[in-house]
Design a protein around this ligand. Structure first.
Ligand code: SF4
Length: 209
């Protein structure tokens, strides 16, 4: 007998005021999961679930109806981790976070990459200890890369550029990802790539003086 195939999927409610899920979303999710399956709760504001492969196309349509966001698991850019936007949607740049997430989440990269966003310099979204970190500073944005949250060699990311307008930020992040894809070794973690390639070389490639 053929065994059932499953695909791992990360789900959440998308970018909003805090990481929340609605009962109707959980109810829909439950219809696609085996009774005894494990649901993993990650530090990246998402649940990892195993969906039967044959039901995935139908599941996506149902998830769309209840606003459940879904992302691939593996060597992709993860969904943007954010702060809770405590000072309000516009003041803390939630539309920019949503657009950045729309552009980069799910992109193929040499190793799973964690991007984080925070609406002010208090930094609740911990952008400086993630692979790519964006911090809103008044009306502009700062971009950091190469942070690492775990291990004895945990470190904060390096500033690539400050005073960025939204369009400049999107473009710069896309170019950083292109650089990583083109020059990163197979399964090379992003912080290792930043170390090996060098922040100054990266800036030079990005035409940042
Ligand atoms: S980073 Fe700033 S805006 Fe975001 S939750 Fe923290 S204090 Fe509020």
């Amino acid at each position: 007998m053929k065994s059932k195939k499953y695909i791992p999927i990360a789900v959440n409610d998308g970018i909003g005021f805090g990481a929340k899920l609605k009962p109707k979303q959980l109810a829909v999710l439950g219809t696609y999961l085996d009774e005894d399956t494990d649901i993993e709760l990650t530090t990246f504001q998402q649940l990892i679930v195993q969906i039967p492969e044959v039901e995935w196309e139908e599941a996506k349509k149902t998830f769309d109806k209840v606003g459940l966001q879904y992302y691939k698991v593996g060597k992709y850019v993860k969904n943007l981790r954010t702060c809770n936007f405590c000072k309000g949607e516009e003041e803390e740049g939630m539309p920019v976070a949503k657009e950045l997430n729309r552009r980069i989440a799910g992109q193929v990269v040499p190793f799973t990459l964690k991007p984080a966003y925070t609406g002010c310099s208090i930094g609740c979204g911990e952008p400086l200890i993630n692979d790519i970190g964006v911090m809103k500073d008044k009306n502009t944005f700062e971009l950091y890369i190469g942070g690492k949250s775990i291990g004895r060699d945990a470190r904060i990311g390096k500033l690539v550029k400050s005073n960025l307008q939204p369009e400049e930020l999107y473009e710069l992040v896309e170019r950083v990802l292109d650089l990583y894809r083109e020059n990163g070794k197979k399964r090379e973690k992003f912080y290792r790539f930043v170390d090996r390639f060098g922040i100054e070389n990266i800036k030079q490639e990005l035409h940042i003086t």
